[in-house]
Design a protein around this ligand. Structure first.
Ligand code: SAH
Length: 345
């Protein structure tokens, strides 16, 4: 397969043999086209011969939307096909303050969380930086005049299990002014070495920790990574990230009735997250046939109340796109079950 041009940063593109002797303005033109998601034939102010040479050596587009579903609340879900036919999902959520795209970082995932559909078949492969960028570019193109304002790395995959490509993607998004670091959230199931690396490498993205239980034994039962990464160490890594980046940390907490919503869960969660700027994002568990119990709206409110009474900063994440199977991995599953015969809406 030809190298993907969007896998390179602007600096790297400038040094490619086919580009390095071109005048500056020409390089800028090509780069502008690239980050707009254009294909080589669409780069109309670039000489045809140069476009042909580029196309002979490189690929222009790393992902295409093959299926889209739109919810009544405006949320859109996309199924992307990569160049090797792999499938990944993305979700676009519209809020008052802008549009947020949920980006996948791997095909599948090897973390094996019990409640998550993305990891059911393990890890297929890492996404490259250019493939992640292509997810964003496809959606920006689809939006026309509008743009994605925020990116959350919460699609399939564990971003810190694909550190180099994910951080390169963050770098490319910010150098090209597509999405700045402060508008990027990176969610991890708690790979402490990756969190510390992110801090040491000077990143200022919002760090989101998928905690889901403040107790190691309960957490381990639903998150196999708990074997290696203990709650205390994860929280210490988050504190380190805050010290280096100055950024408030988000704790994600998928509520499962009776399993992690007891008074003692609230008390321990509050204790762990005190002493540094930390916000708790409560998520009603999405049903993925995991057999784990979800919560009713009243139960969500009750757990929120327990936390706020203890002085914690916490909110319940609004659930968007319920009518289009917004939960992780479901669009891909349905598409595969129908053998790809469903139409692109
Ligand atoms: N691997 C990363 C990012 C991808 S998952 C991580 O673990 O953080 C993004 C978020 O969705 C995580 O907080 C994850 O725990 C959560 N999640 C996965 N399946 C879910 C489900 N069925 N219901 C609610 N949240 C879920």
């Amino acid at each position: 397969m030809k190298p993907l041009l969007t896998d390179y940063s602007k600096e790297e593109i400038e040094t490619l043999p086919i580009i390095k002797d071109l005048p500056h303005f020409r390089v800028d033109q090509i780069y502008k086209w690239l980050i707009s998601g254009a294909s080589f034939p669409e780069m109309t102010n670039i000489p045809k011969s140069l476009r042909a040479d580029l196309a002979a050596q490189y690929s222009d587009i790393g992902a295409e939307i093959i299926k889209a579903a739109r919810s009544k609340d405006g949320t859109e879900k996309y199924l992307f096909k990569l160049r090797d036919e792999s499938l990944i999902e993305g979700v676009l959520m519209s809020y008052k303050y802008g549009r947020t795209l949920c980006v996948s970082t791997q095909v599948g995932c090897r973390m094996g969380c019990a409640f998550c559909a993305s990891g059911r078949n393990g890890l297929e492969r890492n996404l490259s930086a250019g493939e992640m960028l292509s997810e964003l570019l496809c959606v920006n193109r689809r939006l026309g005049e509008e743009r994605v304002n925020n990116v959350v790395l919460m699609g399939s995959g564990e971003p810190l299990d694909n550190y180099d490509n994910v951080t390169k993607f963050i770098h490319i998004m910010s150098e090209s002014s597509l999405v700045g670091q402060r508008s990027v959230s990176l969610s991890t199931c708690g790979l402490t070495d990756g969190i510390r690396q992110l801090a040491d490498d000077g990143f200022s993205v919002t760090l989101c920790l998928s905690l889901h239980s403040p107790f190691d034994d309960r957490r381990l039962k639903i998150m196999p990574t708990g074997k290696k990464y203990k709650v205390k160490d994860i929280i210490n890594a988050a504190k380190y990230y805050f010290q280096k980046s100055g950024r408030r940390v988000i704790v994600e907490y998928a509520m499962m009735r009776g399993y992690n919503t007891r008074q003692e869960d609230a008390t321990e969660l509050r204790r762990l997250t005190s002493g540094f700027p930390c916000h708790i994002n409560l998520i009603p568990l999405n049903d993925t046939d995991s057999g784990l119990p979800g919560v009713t709206p009243a139960e969500s409110e009750a757990f929120l109340k327990k936390l706020t009474e203890l002085g914690a900063s916490a909110t319940i994440r609004r659930s968007l796109g319920e009518d289009i199977e917004g939960a992780c991995g479901q669009l891909k599953r349905r598409y595969l079950q129908s053998n790809g015969t469903e139409e692109h809406k």
